[in-house]
Design a protein around this ligand. Structure first.
Ligand SMILES: C[S@@+](CC[C@H](N)C(=O)[O-])C[C@H]1O[C@@H](n2cnc3c(N)ncnc32)[C@H](O)[C@@H]1O
Length: 261
């Protein structure tokens, strides 16, 4: 099965191997006829959101939260509003993927009460949530707790930058969430994907599922991902293999890592 990357023309932080993993997980949900909404905290220009848009259909909703401001490097780092550029990306992806879901971009920070108000009526309705906003410990922990309430029992949480040495707050917040928080006690690690393993670049996306989830994501995804063929010769799923690893006394979890480490 040739891998079709919906985000290939969008700037951002998503390795195609992780994109393929997200795509396969959403396909598993489709096979189980699971319906639900999609949320991303920390959209940037919509690279990860492109996968959510492609998988979504009416009456599902896709929501992205971000202040949508960036530094303009060509203009002495002046802060500029990036909303229009992201909206343009979103409309293009919606057209290319023939998605008919409702897409909403919320301008603001995930811990802003006005932003949270938009989500109040949607508790327990999300089938996929990507957490990739502020990478400081307390904010990541808040985002995990918020996402755990918004997610449905069969939904998945996707956390970026686990084990990234430039974002230690992500790793410590996940431990805090799973081991010490009331909300986190209902969640477990489903799998992790590490496309690059240099100490500087290691950027692992970690996937969580509800402990009472009835979908066997990890078995299904192994079959699906092994069938993927990337268009670029530099990417080959055969260069990766599955290992079982232990994190935080959790039971052993599957990890897809490069064979050369
Ligand atoms: C690493 S980028 C996200 C990359 C994106 N997920 C992708 O697929 O390319 C982080 C984004 O989070 C946003 N951000 C930072 N703090 C945030 C917060 N508290 N709530 C929501 N978004 C936040 C930033 O504006 C930035 O666009």
């Amino acid at each position: 099965m040739e891998f079709n990357d919906p985000s290939k023309d969008i700037d951002g932080w998503l390795h195609p191997i992780c994109g393929a993993a997200i795509s396969c997980l959403l396909e598993v949900q489709n096979k189980h006829k699971l319906l639900g909404n999609f949320l991303e905290i920390g959209v940037f220009e919509g690279k990860t959101l492109a996968y959510f848009i492609r998988a979504s259909k009416n009456p599902e909703k896709v929501i992205g939260i971000d202040p949508f401001i960036v530094n303009d490097n060509e203009n002495k780092g002046k802060i500029i509003d990036n909303t229009k550029r992201v909206q343009k990306n979103i409309l293009r992806i919606r057209k290319e993927t023939k998605s008919n879901s409702e897409i909403t971009l919320i301008k603001g920070l995930s811990d802003d009460p006005n932003v949270k108000n938009h989500l109040n009526n949607l508790q327990g309705t999300f089938r996929a949530i990507s957490i990739d906003g502020n990478h400081e410990h307390n904010i990541v922990l808040q985002d995990l707790c918020l996402s755990s309430v918004l997610s449905s029992r069969e939904g998945i949480l996707i956390l970026d930058d686990y084990c990234n040495i430039s974002a230690p707050g992500v790793t410590s917040a996940l431990k805090n969430f799973l081991c010490d928080s009331l909300e986190g006690k209902s969640w477990e690690i489903l799998m992790l994907f590490t496309p690059m393993c240099s100490p500087i670049q290691a950027s692992t996306r970690i996937f969580l599922q509800h402990k009472e989830c009835s979908i066997n994501y990890s078995e299904n995804i192994k079959t699906l991902i092994n069938r993927i063929k990337f268009k670029s010769e530099e990417l080959d799923i055969k260069q990766y293999h599955w290992r079982q690893i232990n994190i935080y006394n959790n039971k052993a979890v599957p990890a897809l890592i490069p064979k050369d480490i």
